[in-house]
Design a binder for this molecule. Structure first.
Ligand SMILES: NC(=O)c1ccc[n+]([C@@H]2O[C@H](COP(=O)([O-])OP(=O)(O)OC[C@H]3O[C@@H](n4cnc5c(N)ncnc54)[C@H](O)[C@@H]3O)[C@@H](O)[C@H]2O)c1
Length: 323
């Protein structure tokens, strides 16, 4: 297929692009490089530097795209509270422009990167796709708005659509040919790469926000999913798209890991002491958040190959040192 991957210079988009190329697809990456100084567009993909708002420049009828994978967007929840206008513009206005361009060019399929943040405080655990969606930050709200717009588009204009709601993506693609693709966010807000920065001596210590939550060791429990497993689900989703339907799938491990368990795994993998400082709880942080991915397993036949925390951390460390 001929595919457009927005945000394909970023973490998840680049890994999916690589697997799509491996599967024999033709891929054009569209990314404005706004958030990725260390852009990683896999060799073999064509690259267009543009905002997703201007996707119509690439998505023409003549170009004949079969599907769009839409990763482009801003991802930091804290930033979305300080600068909500950036997130509404990038994530929501940009996505609406993309849908307009797809409609005009007759592109019939989309796979969208949605997020666990659409649910807000969990109304049930593990979280299924029918849980209440009540985002507690602007980031989650901008993504939920796009999910809703995609549902309308599917029903009104026969779009075939799947939203994949990721939980915490981690790890790196260590390709058999030696290529490594991983996580380099700036500023980094994700626990595993921050802990690796401590292991590498780039940070003095790791802050854990709260150790008095009602969890087995008092620290927050989150769901970590290996980026290569997550990427594989996108390829399966491509084969499951159905005209006029918008399906939603949660992608997580199904098991939560506590912040302390993550730190222990980083200590074990890196062999470095990770000094930890307990800081006050952050407002809006739920004690536990983890997914049920039963629907993806059942309907997409998705089976994560590297669900162990140790493997996730070890691949992230490999990328950190040599990627
Ligand atoms: N990383 C996670 O844990 C996680 C969890 C849930 C959902 N997601 C979603 O997955 C997607 C990818 O996340 P990521 O971690 O790879 O982020 P990333 O920041 O590494 O990649 C995003 C890419 O999008 C580009 N971009 C941003 N705004 C753009 C715009 N308006 N036009 C064109 N390009 C633009 C950036 O330059 C960057 O290369 C995001 O939509 C995010 O909301 C990520």
């Amino acid at each position: 297929m001929k595919l457009l991957v927005t945000g394909g210079a970023g973490y998840v988009g680049s890994v999916v692009t690589r697997l799509l190329l491996d599967a024999g697809h033709q891929v054009v990456v569209l990314d404005d490089l706004s958030r990725n100084d260390s852009a990683q567009v896999p060799a073999g993909a064509d690259f267009v530097q543009a905002r997703v708002h201007d996707a119509g420049r690439v998505l023409t009828r003549e170009a004949g795209f079969d599907a769009v994978f839409h990763f482009a967007g801003l991802i930091a929840a804290g930033e979305s509270m300080a600068h909500p206008e950036w997130h509404w513009d990038n994530n929501t206005t940009g996505s609406l422009a993309l849908l307009d361009a797809m409609r005009a060019a007759g592109v019939p399929r989309i796979i969208f990167s949605s997020t666990a943040a659409t649910y807000g405080d969990p109304s049930e655990l593990p979280l299924t796709e029918t849980a209440i969606t009540k985002p507690v930050n602007t980031y989650g709200a901008t993504k939920l708005a796009v999910d809703m717009a995609i549902t309308s588009e599917a029903h009104a204009h026969e779009l075939a659509a799947i939203s994949l709601r990721y939980f915490n993506v981690a790890g790196a693609l260590i390709h058999p040919d030696g290529t490594m693709l991983g996580e380099r966010h700036d500023p980094e807000t994700h626990l595993i790469p921050i802990a690796l920065e401590v292991a590498a001596g780039k940070r003095e210590k790791l802050q854990l926000f709260g150790d008095d939550y009602p969890t087995p060791d008092g620290t927050c429990v989150r769901d970590y999913i290996h980026v290569a497993d997550l990427a594989q689900a996108h390829l399966l989703a491509l084969g499951a798209l159905t005209k006029s339907e918008h399906r939603i799938y949660n992608l997580g491990n199904g098991t939560g890991f506590s912040n302390r368990q993550v730190v222990d795994a980083v200590r074990e993998v890196t062999g470095h002491a990770i000094p930890v400082e307990i800081a006050p709880r952050r407002p809006g942080d739920p004690a536990s958040l983890y997914a049920s991915s039963e629907k993806a397993r059942r309907e997409l036949s998705w089976v994560p190959a590297r669900p162990q925390l140790r493997d996730i951390v070890s691949d992230a460390w490999e990328f950190y040192r040599h990627g």
